[in-house]
Design a protein around this ligand. Sequence first.
Ligand code: SF4
Length: 342
Amino acid sequence: MVKPFVPQLAYFEPSALEYPLGQKLFEKFSDMGIEIRKTTSHNQIRDLPGENHFQKYRIAKLTLVVGIRKTLKFDTSKPSAEYAIPFATGCMGHCHYCYLQTTMGAKPYIRTYVNVDEIFDAAEDYMIERAPEITRFEASCTSDIVGVDHLTHTLKKAIEYFGKSEHGRLRFVTKFAHVDHLLDADHQGKTRFRFSINDDYVIKYFEPGTSRLKERIEAAVKVAEADYPLGFIIAPIYLHEGWKDGYHEMFERLEAALPKFARKNLTFEMIQHRFTKPAKRVIEQNYPMTKLELDESKRKWKWGRYGIGKYVYTDEEQADIKETLGGYLKKYFPEAKIEYFT
Ligand code: SF4
């Protein structure tokens, strides 16, 4: 069982201490005996411990930087929401395929932002712009926010903030089961709480440092009992020997555990595994022993965002995935909504 994240090292930007949450975290980490360092800005962090890239990368994932979010312009977040809301970046998990490895490059440490009210104000402006249309905000584009929230309670505050809003909705996804502090948040049904799930093979070989399927399902049941709209993201759908049985078992276990009332307003999002050449290079550097299959010759090449081509499964494989997983979904969760299959 993966324990809730505790940083080994915490950096504080001076301006973070001007905010109540910054102060609170400083006191909390001091009491916990966590090593604390000050830094003028996270960009100045050059002295992370570790002898080589491999060690530095691992220590960075145990390092939390407490700072403020300066850019309050939100990125778009298609297809799951209109905007990405930035409460944190980085993640303590070690998923071999994780795209954060490429996007965060040389700064894989975790950052949490304490100017939460300013982030809410920015969200408010986006909502006003689109009103009376609903605006959806995705809180897990740049981190697994639940993984760090037991320390900060930022997400809990956000859930309650959007609970009160008329035109805003919040959504996030996690691979962590540490959800207890979120169960009593006054969400008013305006937050969709999603879990990223996969079959045992993928979790075992490619998702070290995250909660196991059993724990994620148990957490999802608690979330359903707390009346949150619930969802699952199956990602990355990965072809390995026995994948049909693996995913079948995953659906069976989910079906056996989820209470009936949780199935009416249930969503699924499905994302097939893909990679880019730059991602492959980073993965091989960070996880040199990985079993992840990254052979371009076995894949189909497809134009991606920013002109970087990505390698996806062949048309036949994609059709097989859709038919197989679509069939399981129909069998086990006929009432659920498939939001997208990409
Ligand atoms: Fe990346 Fe999510 Fe895994 Fe964290 S839990 S390493 S964000 S894929």
